[in-house]
Write a protein that binds this ligand. Structure first.
Ligand code: SAM
Length: 294
């Protein structure tokens, strides 16, 4: 394996392979071994673990993870990096790089296929690690959560502002559909902040590493999850409107008078804004909506 965690090493690899960092793919590579180790320590890897990595880049996290985990599967969308990874991960027999778009990857199926069904859906839980490409952080997190992939924990590097969104509660400016999904499915914790100087090239924002531990059961009990998330999206869809007007304009069905009854059933003031609703209130809304409108 080749050590890639320094700006000089990244430059030299790029030159040798005649490639450059693709900003459009969020390619800001980690060049600080201490941070890499801190991320991996947070994953508490053992030789029994299967690790799925999103976006291995040049393999800085991958190579280190391979030393502590049983197996590492790394999904990289940039075909141009595959020869680089073949070189930097040479000799790491427990790593497999898969060319693919993480947004379209069925991680359970991949885990199952590569372990003979030991991990993945119906099997053991795997661990996810990623220095996430910033341009798709939210859709990727939604993809991981809404598909209920069978991971125990995800240790992800995200922009600091996104980390705050994940942890934000009702009424906060950053509270949104992503906060609700993360809090519904996981217990999340901002583990530590990361300055932009540990990346090459340095991004324009600072980052944070977040741990998402999947809950055995969602944080609140809802009658129908699809409806729950439809209502969440509707409530956050027009942040400057009242909840009643947001729901009424959402195209979800009932007339304004019926929406009012739905809200009244849950004791929710119709003049509130969607972003003030707690998870339990969204859950109540789901039941009332189904009673009045299904
Ligand atoms: N893990 C490396 C590190 O920490 O140095 C690279 C992290 S870099 C922030 C993000 C990586 O994700 C890049 O290698 C990029 O090509 C890859 N990537 C971007 N979009 C992707 C996608 N849709 N699916 C899989 N990988 C993607």
């Amino acid at each position: 394996m080749i050590q890639v965690a320094s700006p000089a090493a990244v430059r030299s690899i790029m030159r040798r392979h005649n490639i450059s960092c693709r900003k459009s793919l969020g390619q800001n590579f980690l060049v600080d071994l201490n941070i890499i180790q801190k991320i991996l320590d947070s994953a508490e890897l053992t030789l029994d673990d299967l690790v799925l990595e999103i976006g291995p880049g040049l393999g800085a996290l991958t190579a280190q993870a391979a030393q502590s985990a049983g197996k590492v599967l790394a999904v990289e969308v940039d075909r141009g990096l595959l020869p680089v990874l073949a070189e930097t991960l040479e000799g790491a027999g427990n790593v497999e790089v898969i060319e693919g778009d993480a947004l379209k990857t069925d991680f359970d199926r991949l885990a199952g296929e590569k372990t003979g069904g030991l991990f993945g859906s119906g099997g053991k839980k795997y661990k996810l690690i990623a220095n996430l490409p910033y341009y798709i952080t939210s859709p990727l997190l939604m993809h991981l959560l809404m598909n209920r992939f069978n991971f125990s924990v995800a240790i992800v590097m995200v922009q600091r502002e996104v980390a705050e969104r994940l942890a934000a509660g009702p009424g906060a400016k950053q509270y949104g559909a992503l906060s609700v999904a993360v809090q519904y499915f996981t217990e999340s914790k901002i583990l530590f902040k990361v300055p932009r100087t540990v990346f090459f090239p340095a991004p324009e924002v600072d980052s944070a590493v977040v741990r998402l531990s999947q809950r055995a059961l969602p944080a609140v009990s809802v009658r129908d999850e699809k409806t729950f998330f439809k209502l969440v999206r509707a409530a956050f869809g027009r942040r400057r409107k009242t909840l009643l007007n947001s729901l009424d304009g959402s195209g979800l069905g009932p007339d304004k008078a019926t929406w009012l009854k739905v809200l009244q059933r849950c004791g929710i003031d119709a003049s509130r804004r969607g972003e003030t609703l707690a998870l339990a209130e969204f859950a109540c809304l789901t039941g009332a909506y189904l009673d009045f409108c299904a």
